[in-house]
Design a protein around this ligand. Structure first.
Ligand SMILES: [Zn+2]
Length: 189
């Protein structure tokens, strides 16, 4: 038995993972899928008082154009630290709003790459890759026609093989889970 309120909750399935749905205003290392290097477009730069876990602090913040990208389910604004500022300056020869708005950056996580200045505890940190992401190199992501999730490789099948297989067999592109559901349905009929 589960409490009644859990019946109203979202049950996580498939590739959904712990951490990516946590309640936070700003981007954290937990938002980035393990090993992912998500590319994001800088929409705007902000400066002002931000409410963080340690209290309120004056911060510089990047707002991104995307709501969700491969590697980050919930894109949130990112607090800019000195390391990020330096990386941006190297990438785009400046850190002004006009130099950075509309520009692409790629993020990655260094596990236990920093220390919490208050507790001394090792924490994961987000870094900006020292390379400009190539827009054209980003292939279109096949999406499941049933559940809307981006397709993941299944067994020995690559994403494109799975897309071709399910389109051929079921008449539309399906993820592995939905393809299984469709197979069971056809067997039951
Ligand atoms: Zn699906």
């Amino acid at each position: 038995m589960i409490p009644d309120e859990m019946k109203r909750m979202h049950r996580m399935t498939g590739a959904e993972r712990l951490g990516q749905n946590r309640d936070s205003e700003y981007l954290g290392a937990e938002d980035i899928d393990p090993g992912a290097e998500p590319a994001l477009t800088i929409k705007a730069l902000y400066y002002g008082v931000a409410t963080l876990s340690n209290g309120k602090e004056e911060k510089e913040i990047i707002e991104f154009a995307e709501d969700s990208v491969p590697g980050i389910k919930n894109v949130r604004p990112m607090i800019v630290n000195a390391t990020a500022r330096k990386a941006l300056r190297k990438l785009y020869k400046g850190t002004s709003a006009e130099a950075l708005e509309g520009k692409l950056i790629k993020l990655y996580v260094i596990p236990e790459g920093a220390r919490n200045p208050k507790t001394g505890e090792k924490v994961d940190c987000i870094r900006i890759k020292p390379e400009i992401p190539k827009v054209s190199a980003k292939p279109a992501q096949p999406v499941c026609a049933e559940c809307g999730q981006v397709l993941q490789p299944f067994g020995s099948m690559s994403v494109s093989q799975l897309a071709a297989y399910t389109t051929n067999k079921y008449g539309r592109c399906l993820c592995a889970d939905c393809a299984k559901g469709a197979a069971e349905k056809t067997q039951g009929e």
